[in-house]
Design a protein around this ligand. Structure first.
Ligand SMILES: Cc1ncc(COP(=O)(O)O)c(C=O)c1O
Length: 467
């Protein structure tokens, strides 16, 4: 289907969309998952691929038996699929499988930035996984945000690059914010970074399953040097992720993790490391994880990333326009329902009536809707978006030290995946309208140490057991 004005239904592609969950009222209801920025359900096709391959599974790179040869072949194919999916340059880039985005970013940090003279430029809108690694190994500075809406201030990035006069080794920026859905212009940033002799890392955790990524040829001025992402955010939750980076950056020195599989030869005094990717993948590889992420990439390619984007844009526009009409609900970041600026389907909201944790609990326990609340591992950005600067920020630190998370700042976050439908958006709007008007139907208690609300008198039986 090519008409971008028609909402499609991709719900049959993922596992579990028809699952019913118990509500506090005693009824059951189809679960509506609007927490895809945290993790996505698996594609059924991915589960089938794992199931079909299971009987052929064997050791990678280390056996001469047929199953081992097949396993090695599949593993190498998975790299090519990922390389193709992100538009990497096979002569320039290498694809390294890892556990997730966090693991991938730490790897880059260890191989590129273990030097207090190195400057890494990042932004205040980053997830902690793209903030903390830099802090402990090099000099880190933060690009400002536009005060009006919290989007990235490109002029500030240029000023900082100018200020450091060629000392910035890496610009580490998110491809899409996990809180406000903003998509910094990564190609423009890449061009700018290269002009100042820096490389660029794109944290693609929130981009990979939602927009086309084209890393580009290594000799193009706006190519992406490093890309990191997690498979569990792209319908393939089997413990893998990938780091794609320039081959030349993984030469010399020693790998992040050392051990079997990463070496050419070891004597008691000497070691010669393999070339990347093997040198960065010490230990037995996660073949099922690699297969899952490659299969998910093929599935997304088959659907077409433009179609994915069009579908999710529809849902986002619809959700924003529905939210705008609900008294007592405030949208943060960009609330433009016409989507004049492209964004991913992540929407932060707050209610006048209920704290974010309580609103999320009511949606879950009374309506069977899964959202996430809090700071989403991006505390500095949440504080910024809420204008809760010092001294409030210092006060929050004290509260956490005193094990009181009951009044910490945060949002309720709505995030769509390819399989969500207009019905899901409308059901959430119905629930929010009802909650804002008539309140919660059941009483809740706050567990201060967790910052979570639980039903006061009853609880929902967790009746599913898998062990
Ligand atoms: C933008 C962004 N970066 C990094 C991460 C970390 O991903 P993972 O926990 O899979 O390593 C997340 C996870 O939510 C994210 O949203």
């Amino acid at each position: 289907m090519n008409n971008p004005n028609i909402i499609e239904d991709f719900s049959s592609l993922v596992a579990g969309v028809d699952k019913e969950v118990p509500l506090l009222s005693g009824e059951k209801r189809r679960y509506v998952n609007l927490d895809n920025a945290a993790t996505t359900p698996p594609f059924i096709d991915v589960i089938n691929a794992i199931d079909t391959f299971a009987g052929w599974y064997s050791s990678v790179h280390r056996g001469t038996g047929y199953k081992s040869l097949i396993s090695t072949k599949i593993y190498n194919q998975c790299r090519r699929v990922i390389s193709d999916f992100v538009g990497a340059d096979p002569d320039f880039h290498t694809v390294i499988f890892c556990h997730n985005t966090t693991d991938a970013i730490n790897k880059i940090c260890q191989c590129q930035c273990m030097d207090k003279n190195v400057v890494v430029l990042t932004t205040i809108m980053e997830h902690h996984s793209n903030l903390l690694p830099w802090r402990f190994c090099c000099n880190v500075d933060y690009v400002d945000l536009n005060p009006a809406d919290g989007s990235l201030d490109l002029a500030s990035m240029k000023d900082k690059l100018e200020f450091y006069k060629g000392r910035v080794r890496l610009v580490a920026v998110t491809g899409a914010s996990n809180i406000a859905g903003f998509m910094p212009p990564i190609k423009e940033i890449a061009r700018l970074a290269h002009q100042y002799g820096a490389k660029i890392l794109v944290d693609a955790a929130q981009l990979i399953a939602h927009r086309t990524i084209n890393m580009g040829r290594g000799d193009e001025p706006d190519h992406i040097d490093f890309l990191a992402f997690s498979a569990h955010k792209m319908y393939a939750p089997f413990g893998s992720g990938a780091l794609i980076g320039p081959k030349e950056c993984f030469r010399g020195g020693r790998p992040f993790i050392v051990g079997g599989g990463a070496v050419e030869i070891v004597t008691l005094d000497e070691v010669i490391w393999s070339e990347a990717p093997e040198r960065e993948e010490a230990g037995t590889p996660n073949l099922f994880g690699a297969l899952a992420v490659a299969r998910a990439a093929q599935m997304l390619q088959k659907i077409g990333m433009e179609r994915v984007a069009a579908h999710e844009r529809h849902l986002t526009g619809l959700m924003l326009s529905l939210l705008k009409d609900i008294p007592g609900i405030k949208i943060y970041g960009d609330s433009d329902a016409s989507l004049s600026r492209d964004r991913v389907s992540v929407i932060p909201i707050l209610s006048e009536r209920y704290n974010h944790a309580l609103l999320a609990a009511i949606l879950g326990y009374e309506w069977g809707i899964g959202v996430r609340h809090g700071c989403f591992c991006a505390q500095p950005y949440v504080v910024k978006l809420l204008n809760a600067e010092d001294p409030d920020a210092a006060q929050y630190v004290n509260q956490i030290i005193n094990k009181d998370r009951g009044s910490l700042p945060g949002f309720v976050r709505i995030s769509f995946g390819i399989y969500n439908t207009a019905d899901d958006a409308e059901y959430l709007a119905l629930a929010l309208r009802e909650i804002m008007k008539n309140g919660a139907r059941f009483p809740y208690r706050l567990e201060k140490s967790a910052g979570e609300y639980f039903p006061l008198n009853s609880d929902i039986p967790l009746e599913h057991d898998f062990l």
